[in-house]
Design a protein around this ligand. Structure first.
Ligand code: SAM
Length: 269
């Protein structure tokens, strides 16, 4: 069931380059080249009144690096389910994890055909570890879990990584149900990692960008309050410093200017 780059021709037929897509816009904000005119236009429109968006994307990736290093290194987690992977960039989850734990096993999940086309760059595992890519929608967590079982051992701790993705499930109950379904499938010692946009900083600009995005025909997204994001961790043990803007989650010398993306990391007891 795991998709491989041989599925790329099918993915290309699904590719709609006429409207901006989040993976490609994110790639543009991170300085990547895997984007189209519609993505670049949307990016420039947002950056005209919200230049901080670049920092938000970059600090979110830096958070990914710090949290994966912590989980693989300090906690000893050897398995990662990274849903809403995004286009490959520098320091993807498997590269960070396998630098610490060469035997780490990583399953990537995204529904953007462009990410599938570039999945080869995500499948460069160490020989001791494993990487796999699943072309699936987060709204179908059962499909994701069934396919992920081919690579991950669900009797051992798994880090569920939901970075910048729950915001694409705009229905609050559906979003909660998806997070609960994923967490229920993993054993004690597993961790849940979420980053999610808020309006805690640059409120007006974020609300304007959100309205523009949702009127553009792109897959709709939402922002949530830190309190709403905290509720995804109900029943779990949230790690210090609790819920924080991504730049302030265990910063290691980086800029700690608050950005719109907030995050939390928690352990399943
Ligand atoms: C903002 S990017 C975040 C990328 C990466 N996780 C990061 O933090 O840098 C959001 C990603 O979620 C993916 N995505 C959006 N909606 C999705 C859905 N319903 N199912 C699966 N993936 C989705 C997009 O294709 C994109 O790659």
């Amino acid at each position: 069931m795991n998709e491989t780059p041989t599925d790329a021709s099918d993915a290309l037929s699904r590719l709609d380059t006429s409207v901006a897509h989040s993976a490609r816009l994110w790639n543009y904000l991170l300085g990547g080249k895997d984007n189209f005119a519609a993505d670049r236009e949307a990016g420039e429109q947002f950056l005209a009144f919200m230049p901080e968006l670049v920092q938000s994307a970059r600090y979110n990736r830096e958070f990914l690096g710090r949290v994966v290093r912590h989980l693989a290194g300090d906690v000893g987690i050897g398995q990662f389910l990274d849903v809403g992977t995004g286009l490959p960039t520098a320091d993807n989850t498997h590269e960070v994890a396998q630098r610490t734990r060469p035997d780490a096993r990583i399953v990537y999940v995204d529904n953007d055909p462009m990410v599938l086309v570039h999945a080869r760059a995500l499948l460069t595992s160490t020989p001791e570890g494993a990487t796999a890519y699943i072309d699936a929608d987060i709204r179908d967590p059962e499909k994701i879990l069934a396919a992920a079982q081919e690579t991950l051992d669900f009797t051992k701790p798994v880090a569920i990584m939901l970075l910048g993705i729950v915001n694409f499930v705009v229905d609050d109950d559906a979003a909660t149900s998806i997070v609960r379904t994923l967490v229920k499938a993993v054993p004690s010692g597993s961790h849940l990692v979420i980053s999610h946009p808020t309006v805690e900083v640059h409120r007006e600009a974020v609300e304007r960008a959100l309205a523009m995005w949702n009127e553009s025909g792109s897959a709709p997204m939402c922002v949530r309050t830190p309190q709403q994001i905290a509720e995804y961790f109900d029943g779990l043990e949230i790690l210090e410093p609790g819920l924080a803007t991504v730049s302030q989650w265990r910063p290691d010398g980086n800029d700690t200017t608050p950005v719109t993306e907030w995050c939390g990391v928690a352990r399943k007891p």
